[in-house]
Ligand binder design. Sequence first.
Ligand code: NAD
Ligand code: IPM
Ligand code: MN
Length: 347
Amino acid sequence: MTSYQIALIPGDGIGGPVVDATWEVLGAAARQGGFTLEGTRFPWSCAFYRETGAMMPADGIATLRRFDAILLGAVGWPAEVPDSVSLHGLLLPIRKNFVQYANIRPHRLLPGVEGPLRATEFDILCIRENTEGEYSGAGGRVHGGTADEVAVETSIFTRKGVERILRFGFEQARRRRGKLASVTKSNAQKHSMVFWDEVTEQLAAEYGDVEVTRYHIDAMAARMVMAPESLDVVVASNLFGDILTDLGAAIQGGLGFAASANINPDRSAPSMFEPVHGSAPDIAHLGIANPIAAIWSGAMMLDHLGEAEAAAAVLRAVERTTAQGIGAVPGRHKTDEITRAVLQAMG
Ligand code: NAD
Ligand code: IPM
Ligand code: MN
């Protein structure tokens, strides 16, 4: 029997409950699919930081490298550890070290879920660059505390980085409805974003069968609200993709529904699966976190591992659950109730 080694990092806040829920559902999918998932839990989190002074051990990345995939809940507990410390100590180094350059985030309405828009027939696949750009961490501050203080944040865009994410987007578009939207702010940002446009045009010549449209990020934000059905694959830089995918989550009914896969397409290191949402400190102890975003991310993990049938079974169970109204309305059902319903729908 095929067995997969999965690293589980629940993290902070609602990360724990949504990872637990996902793990139960994936266990059922594995039993039905005739494979096994062996999970190893890592308590790396803000609580771990307070005990040890680090978000993960010094050999954390080396430890994770041995796994077939990583399932993560959420990282961040800003009341106790600054986000700049916790995220740069755990989540972001995993994405970067494992060259998970393609962050895939699907945005569509699950059956029974009422979004805030009149439009209901949209199916958007956001592809977010996940290793460089505005998240490079380069920069610094001078003249600290004086009236002349300056803070510089340098975005780094490499040809390799831009080309590979756009190529990934073109390939996805080819497999879907053949449309690619490339998002920049090249009217205002004259180096990186003009460069991005140039690479887009170069690749467009190679992918004659894909219809390419360039959008500015501001116009794209409006389009996702006004005409989401006009979009297929949307490719954006790290920061722009981050913002657009919370917007994508909103139009699909909320952050409780937005799934995400951090993919290393070359498979030279493990990929990581996590919901779009964070640790949600405001609801962390109420037992009402919607586990669907995490469960859907888990289905994406099964698909990545080559268990496409099991992945489809999980997504079908989620769809049957929301179609019955369970988990469809934010706050109405408890995490446990939604999880039980998905398990029941698995049969
Ligand atoms: P958040 O996504 O945690 O929460 C935003 C809002 O959405 C909150 O009102 C929250 O209650 C709600 N929400 C989120 N997920 C939900 C779910 N599954 N079910 C029901 N409601 C849900 O964003 P934030 O408040 O800006 O961030 C909180 C912490 O999480 C910060 O430390 C932040 O840096 C971190 N964060 C981590 C990740 C990650 O690990 N990938 C992602 C985003 C934010
Ligand atoms: C996400 C999150 C992270 C990001 C934060 C927590 C660093 O918002 O996964 O969308 O910006 O990538
Ligand atoms: Mn985000």
